[in-house]
Design a protein around this ligand. Structure first.
Ligand SMILES: NC(=O)c1ccc[n+]([C@@H]2O[C@H](COP(=O)([O-])OP(=O)(O)OC[C@H]3O[C@@H](n4cnc5c(N)ncnc54)[C@H](O)[C@@H]3O)[C@@H](O)[C@H]2O)c1
Length: 442
């Protein structure tokens, strides 16, 4: 075993506090799922940290441990949960209201546990999420004061729950679209803007700043700019904290990042891609507001452009009609239906069509991503990896990358990147799939 290059990684000792910003459908489904899994009554399907293996060395070596036996991850038994939300419902009430999990099978049996998770007052401002009203909110005259109050929450949660380490995952609503501006460029400008209540400083950025100041890794599951601004990126590196985002890649975009690489791999052209969704949960309601939808739309639209490279293949991909719609349709609740109609063309330009109808469950797809991001960002932090964690782009629709880099969107390139990063951390050889050695060429 080639362990010469292994990075020093601090042990996953003691309790890991997982704080979610937002205690809605995704966060309550995640928390309930972890509790059910650790009681052994349900399985954490969808989670790489719990179920996936990793191949090490040559194919002939037959070494494929579980990822969780290969890298030192926190155990589910050591996780403690906390949250912020402007809606005062505890995790039990939130789980019942969003209606993702079966009340009798999966909520009532852990009712007492879920009732114990009450959201801390949020930093919330309706101008950033128009369709929500919240009563459980912090005061504070300036954004700086609000952010300092979040730091206080983080410290108190850690002490009260006897945690060794914390991570924060943004599972809160999608904020309105904000373009990167002057206040986001440097830490000095950002802090000044917090003091003057600059409108371009959204609540999500205050959580990210507070996390950095407290040395807590921060992962962003929504498409808001949040920690994807130079001020927070620099702060993350200065304070040696892991960050990542944006926007959990769960349903339609996950499919898109599997299908589009296939078309490009086979040099099949794409004339149009029409994606539409019906969704009836609170997320759907928030996204019904055009300003929040714009944030989501940007995140969903970028994917094809990067994968298909129309500038390199103008004849195949230079003229795609790409449309994404999300329609709020209450009867379906969290059970989203996503349709894709893809018009492709092949040999001599003959047209063909593909139709996809994905009847998915939004929060069931997102919950394991929250778990993996919590455990992997804690691992990165213990391994001394700070700043943007691009190896976690596997989990995001709109991956945050270093300035000047384009993001990798192809799901399987992202998976290779993730697994190779784990091999690199542990001093194992990278897997290149060259394989000439099996044929006596090496
Ligand atoms: N498959 C998925 O479910 C999926 C995929 C990608 C991204 N997301 C994103 O994840 C987020 C959560 O989705 P959800 O279905 O749980 O939505 P939800 O509406 O059920 O929950 C979001 C919660 O965030 C709270 N909130 C809003 N602003 C807040 C603030 N400033 N501070 C603290 N809490 C705040 C809301 O009150 C709400 O309870 C959304 O932004 C959504 O777009 C979800």
């Amino acid at each position: 075993m080639a362990d010469k290059g292994a990075r020093p990684i601090a042990k996953a000792e003691g309790r890991l506090g997982v704080l979610t910003v937002g205690l809605g459908a995704v966060a309550s489904t995640f928390i309930a799922g972890v509790e059910l899994a650790r009681r052994g009554v349900a399985k954490p399907y969808g989670s790489l940290t719990q179920l996936a293996t990793i191949r090490l060395g040559k194919r002939t070596e037959a070494r494929t441990p579980l990822i969780r036996d290969f890298v030192p991850l926190a155990s589910l038994d050591d996780l403690v949960f906390g949250a912020w939300d402007p809606i005062p419902d505890n995790a039990y009430e939130a789980a019942l209201k969003c209606g993702v999990l079966d009340k009798h099978e999966h909520v009532e049996p852990i009712g007492a546990f879920l009732k114990g998770i009450k959201p801390m007052p949020a930093v919330f401002d309706r101008s950033y999420v128009k369709r929500l009203e919240g009563t459980n909110v912090k005061g504070g005259k300036t954004k700086r004061e609000q952010a300092e109050a979040l730091r206080q929450d983080i410290r108190e949660f850690k002490a009260k729950n006897n945690c060794n380490r914390l991570v924060i995952v943004w599972c809160a609503s999608t904020e309105i679209f904000i373009a990167p501006g002057a206040a986001h460029q440097t830490l000095a400008a950002f802090e000044k803007a917090m003091e003057s209540n600059d409108v371009t400083i959204a609540p999500s950025m205050l959580y990210a700043w507070a996390a950095m100041m407290e040395g807590v890794p921060f992962m962003n599951g929504a498409p808001n700019l949040c920690c994807d601004i130079p001020a927070i990126e620099h702060l993350a590196r200065d304070r040696k904290v892991a960050i990542g985002g944006k926007d959990f890649k769960t349903g339609q975009t996950m499919l898109k990042t599997v299908l589009a690489p296939m078309f490009k791999a086979r040099m099949l052209g794409v004339a149009g891609w029409y994606s539409t969704n019906i969704l009836g949960n609170r997320d759907g309601e928030v996204l019904d507001d055009p300003e929040s939808f714009k944030t989501k739309e940007e995140s969903k639209l970028g994917v094809l452009e990067y994968i298909l490279q129309p500038q390199v293949y103008p004849e195949l991909y230079g003229n795609i009609f790409h449309k994404v719609r999300i329609n709020y349709y209450p009867p379906r609740g969290d059970n989203k239906e996503g349709w894709d109609n893809i018009d492709i063309f092949g040999w001599l330009g003959y047209p063909m069509q593909i139709k996809v109808d994905f009847l998915c469950r939004d929060s069931i797809l997102a919950a394991p991503l929250v778990l993996d991001l919590a455990l992997f960002s804690d691992l990165a932090q213990r391994a001394g990896m700070s700043g943007v964690q691009e190896w976690l782009s596997f989990y995001f629709k709109s991956p945050q990358v270093a300035p000047g880099l384009y993001p990798e969107h192809d799901l399987f390139i992202q998976q290779t990147k993730l697994k190779n990063t784990l091999r690199w951390m542990m001093g194992e050889e990278q897997i290149t799939h060259l394989g000439v050695e099996y044929y006596g060429e090496a």
